[in-house]
Design a protein around this ligand. Structure first.
Ligand code: PLP
Length: 254
């Protein structure tokens, strides 16, 4: 059978049995933007919404083969990376992606679950910075991830450090900050930072990082500019957080 020519977002990450985060969230998000997904699964995790019970990592060679075959089967227009589990997987994924330098890569640096289970080992974090960061169009750390990746406590210094290390753009998510608004800040080389603000949602939801990064990747796959993709992704995230707070809202509207 011929290659599927419809634009796909290739999602590289882990599954979450609860459906709260990971690949399921990614595929749902990409579909909401009218695009198809193909996947390379890096780990199978058993989680509730409060606890990560167990994690089984996929062999790194099999992850790389999934990435290669996804490219062979489909037209990959953008790539979203989430949980990578360990250094060997990061390294093999980076090797394959280096063969496709023109496809935009959005990296959500998933280091741990909100229940504090480590989802990338320490060496994996080092390799991510060395090998994957320079291949990325955008990295989307939240505040704890930004501090863990760089060791710098201030946002500006930390984001600029990631740019110096080869990132083309850094979106620092403000979800862990406080205040009336949740503000994300986009840092790119030689430009003033750009902020994206929305009213802070009063309740928490899992998988927000996965959703935002996948929505941005979907926008880039549709040839949107980075700023426009971020703006639309943030609007989409706000909408689904509203729906999660009031699940009847969609039904009431129709
Ligand atoms: N589990 C998997 C497989 C993930 O990919 C992620 C985030 O990307 C998480 C858990 C973390 O999500 P949360 O912070 O909502 O627990």
């Amino acid at each position: 059978m011929a290659m599927n020519l419809a634009p796909h977002v290739l999602i590289i990450g882990g599954s979450d049995s609860s459906g709260g985060a990971g690949i399921i969230r990614d595929v749902e998000t990409v579909a909401a933007f009218g695009l198809k997904s193909c996947v390379a699964i890096t780990a199978v995790t058993a989680q509730t919404h409060d606890r990560a019970i167990s994690v089984e990592t996929v062999d790194a060679t099999l992850v790389a083969t999934q990435v290669r075959t996804a490219f062979q089967a489909n037209t990959v227009a953008a790539i979203k990376i989430g949980m990578l589990a360990n250094a060997e997987i990061v390294s093999q994924v980076a090797n394959v992606l280096a063969e496709h330098p023109d496809i935009p890569v959005v990296v959500d640096p998933v280091l741990a679950s909100s229940s504090c289970k480590q989802l990338l080992d320490d060496e994996g974090t080092t390799i991510l910075l060395e090998k994957l960061l320079p291949l990325s169009a955008l990295i989307t750390p939240n505040l704890p991830e930004l501090a863990a990746l760089t060791g710098f406590p201030t946002i500006d210094r930390a984001a600029n450090r990631l740019l110096e290390m080869g990132a083309r753009a850094v979106l620092v998510k403000g979800g862990h900050a406080s205040g009336h608004n949740s503000t994300d800040t986009l840092f790119t080389p030689h430009n003033p930072p750009i902020t994206f603000s929305a009213k802070r949602q009063p309740h928490e939801m899992r998988g927000t990082g996965c959703t935002l990064a996948s929505a941005i990747a979907a926008g880039l796959a549709g040839d949107q500019s980075l700023e426009s993709a971020i703006e639309r992704a943030k609007a989409y995230l706000c909408e689904i957080m509203h729906q999660a707070a009031d699940p009847c809202r969609t039904a009431k509207k129709s």
